[in-house]
Write a protein that binds this ligand. Structure first.
Ligand SMILES: O=C(O)CCC(=O)C(=O)O
Ligand SMILES: [Fe+2]
Length: 347
């Protein structure tokens, strides 16, 4: 991949020092977020425990994932205190001095982007409009593949909390994947067999600084997730996530004690399009915002395709068989350019 010479200053630094907004963040007129968006108030809140006791709860999950590609998940595992601790440790990390955070930086000594670490997202073209955020991206599973040297040991509780958070979210992911298989009338382990602990799971901590021009910049450009599923811990105080439904952007409200489930492309493919991987974006605000997001994916070396039982005459096959590794490569290239990778998997 050829990388153009671009300004890679951290967005947090740009926001802190003020001054004129660099041109590389200014969105073209047609991509700017305009006006206020209605709230996505129809996104269901689902209790994980009840998913296996009540058909009604499972159907609400299904309807959320068909209509919005989203669902708010609450669980005994997730006390509000614990979730607030994770929110707080994320904030403490981003509040550290730049030099401290750059110990975990995502550039090699030659200035090339690494997948993991702290910094900007990959920039592939010189005229790419950049997102108004910095992030820390880490592999959390399989546990033996963690690059612990990139896991912050400041704040001192960071590593333990991240380990605990990812253990809890893994349980939730497994339960939800079983419930989804069930409502699609597939074998209960259909998805968990593919998206197990030996597959890659990543966490992304994203810091969106307060923005001087929320009319002209985007926190995260419109995209779908290339994962199978994504679990998001949203900022409790500041909204910003929006989802596209029937051509209109809706603001997704935070439910403080819930994780937001956002379905990814891999599940759209495996469900033969019955479930949606929603297009979403983040708009900025006059207040800073932080999210902590877990991405679950099918193992890199595996192929996925629509489940046989979900393909018939009425619902012809929508997607080809794809190798996850190639799919994710496609996705990273296309995300930077603002294109959808799933279009390449269409029959
Ligand atoms: O920050 C958010 O609310 C959304 C982040 C997101 O969509 C992502 O990391 O893929
Ligand atoms: Fe996303």
């Amino acid at each position: 991949m050829v990388e153009a010479a671009v300004d890679r200053r951290l967005v947090q630094e740009l926001a802190r020092t003020g001054g004129e907004l660099p041109a590389q963040f200014v969105q073209k007129e047609e991509n700017r977020p305009i006006g206020s968006s209605p709230r996505a108030s129809g996104v269901p809140i689902v209790d994980i425990r009840r998913l296996f006791e009540s058909d009604e709860e499972a159907l609400r999950l299904k309807s959320g994932l068909q209509t919005w590609g989203l669902c708010q998940l609450v669980s005994d595992e997730l006390s509000i205190n614990f979730l607030d601790e994770v929110r707080s440790v994320a904030k403490k990390f981003f509040y550290l001095p730049k030099e401290e955070k750059l110990k975990y930086g995502n550039l090699t000594d030659n200035g090339e982007f690494k997948l993991e670490g702290y910094g900007n997202d990959i920039v592939v073209t010189k005229d790419q409009v950049r997102d108004w955020n910095d992030r820390l991206y880490l592999l959390v599973e399989p546990e033996c593949a963690r690059s612990l040297e990139l896991w912050p040991d400041n704040p001192s509780s960071f590593r333990n909390l991240l380990h605990e958070f990812s253990t809890k979210t893994r349980k939730i992911a497994d339960n939800v994947l079983k419930a989804i298989a069930r409502v699609l009338e597939l074998e209960e382990n259909y998805f968990t067999d593919q998206i197990g602990e030996d597959s890659a799971a990543f966490v992304r901590f994203t810091y969106y600084p307060a923005s001087p021009r929320s009319d002209a910049v985007i926190g995260m450009k419109p995209h779908t997730d290339g994962s199978a599923m994504t679990l998001l811990l949203l900022d409790k105080d500041v909204d910003g996530l929006q989802v596209l439904k029937d051509g209109e952007w809706y603001a997704v409200p935070t439910v403080p004690h819930a994780l937001l489930l956002n379905l990814g492309d891999q599940m759209e493919i495996m469900s033969n399009g019955i479930l949606k991987s929603p297009m979403h974006r983040v708009v900025t605000n006059s207040q800073e915002r932080i999210s902590v997001v877990m991405f679950y994916s099918v193992n890199d070396e595996k192929y996925i395709e629509p489940a046989n039982n979900l393909v018939d005459e009425e619902r012809p096959r929508l997607y080809k068989k794809v190798l996850i590794k190639s799919y994710l490569n496609e996705l990273f290239e296309n995300f930077a350019k603002g294109k959808r990778a799933i279009d390449f998997a269409k029959v």
